[in-house]
Write a protein that binds this ligand. Structure first.
Ligand code: SAM
Length: 384
């Protein structure tokens, strides 16, 4: 965005009563992360940065109350919001949201915006699979909404909306919606969404809340506070989500090297062709697992507690099969805590090793290099 776009945005916020008098404690500024919020004065932890009234949020209610409300009824909230911002953007100066829409980035570094060439660099990774899956999902939602809403209502959508536009809108929502405002609650909160993430903020406290204000607390506000002390002229940051792995953070277009974010999801499966399929599934379900189980392995941390027992269960065969009998149902998980037999352990090792080799063979790079890559993926079943 240009300087003049930022000035327009500032004026827009002021006219709509989103800036406190006499002077707001933060202002938008160009920073290494794109736009960000810079402190105008020294601030202590937990000081109020802003209160954004509900009339400035863009959420499902905003869309419902707009001209496209009647034709977007029943759409998934993010899809209706995507249509709304694309339509408002196409309206140019006729849209009352223009000053906000004009400061949104053209794209982020999220892999959904990478070129084919860039994506080829992550061949063989979990990230590539996820990215392809996400893009397919967005494309299929686009196809549906184009057929069912856009094309039949040409008078409401005079300008063409392309699949690329729709992906942009998805990317905007994905990278700007606060992590606890997802699903039905998804919303764009102008100004508050300029705050960037820093790994140095590690407090678990959420620094924003939605609360009622004014007469009878009738007006809802999104209020944002400083999670840490900040000096005048410095950028204010928050922690986006301590729970997110790098595979998820990368949706925002960056990863975080400072914390235990290196997570690798192992997908294990009881094969339908397994002669003991039914019994194994029964046992898995008794521990809240299923036919397919996902285990997040965090770098430098112990394996998830149920992972080895589940692997042993999946690998049971031959003379160990007696453990699957109904009389052991109550104690079988206890048995699976420890090796069941030498053959069973060997089988696990062999299958895991083969799965690793085959996953790694998808990469361009050598095994030594791959071991330094943060994000990769394994999915295997035991057939042999
Ligand atoms: N910087 C954004 C902008 O220019 O509009 C405002 C924050 S927006 C909620 C989230 C986006 O900011 C992310 O998708 C990413 O592009 C950028 N961002 C936030 N924190 C970052 C960080 N620590 N490193 C790199 N980019 C970051």
């Amino acid at each position: 965005p240009s300087d003049s776009a930022i000035r327009d945005f500032w004026r827009w916020l002021r006219e709509r009563g989103a800036l406190p008098q006499p002077s707001p404690p933060v202002r938008p500024a160009f920073v290494p992360e794109g736009l960000g919020l810079v402190a105008e004065r020294d601030m202590l932890r937990n000081e109020l940065l802003m209160e954004i009234p509900k009339k400035l949020w863009i959420n499902a209610d905003t869309v419902a109350a707009s001209a496209i409300g009647p034709v977007t009824l029943g759409l998934i909230p993010w899809v209706s919001i995507a249509l709304f911002i694309l339509r408002e953007k196409a309206m140019g100066t006729a849209s009352s949201w223009r000053p906000y829409l004009d400061i949104l980035p053209q794209e982020t570094d999220s892999p959904i915006f990478w070129s084919e060439e860039e994506l080829s660099q992550i061949r063989g990774t979990q990230l590539l699979n996820t990215t392809i899956g996400v893009k397919e999902y967005v494309q299929s939602e686009f196809n549906k909404v184009e057929d069912e809403v856009i094309l039949p209502n040409k008078h409401l959508f005079p300008k063409t909306i392309t699949a690329a536009d729709f992906l942009w809108a998805f990317g905007v929502l994905r990278s700007r919606a606060f992590s606890r405002l997802r699903g039905d609650k998804i919303a764009l909160i102008p100004f508050a969404d300029l705050i960037n993430h820093s790994s140095t903020i590690t407090s678990e406290d959420i620094c924003w809340e939605i609360k009622g204000k004014g007469v009878f607390s009738r007006e809802l506000m999104f209020s944002l506070r400083t999670p840490a002390y900040v000096k005048a002229g410095e950028q204010v940051y928050i922690q986006y989500d301590l729970e997110k792995s790098n595979t998820e953070l990368v949706d925002y277009g960056f990863i975080d090297r400072r914390q235990r974010r290196e997570v690798y999801t192992m997908t294990l499966e009881i094969s339908e062709s397994d002669p003991f399929y039914g019994d194994k599934l029964d046992i898995a379900e008794s521990s809240g697992l299923g036919e397919i189980a996902y285990f997040d392995i965090v770098l430098d941390e112990p394996l998830p507690p149920l992972m080895l027992p589940y692997l042993r269960l999946v690998a049971i065969g031959g003379t160990d099969a007696f453990l699957l009998e109904a009389i052991f149902r109550n104690s079988v998980w206890g048995h699976l805590e420890l090796p069941v037999s030498r053959a069973n352990e060997e089988r696990i090792c062999r299958v895991v090793r083969e799965a690793c080799n085959s996953a790694l063979s998808g990469h361009h790079t050598t095994i030594e290099e791959v071991l330094h890559l943060p994000i990769y993926c394994l999915h295997f079943t035991m057939n042999s």
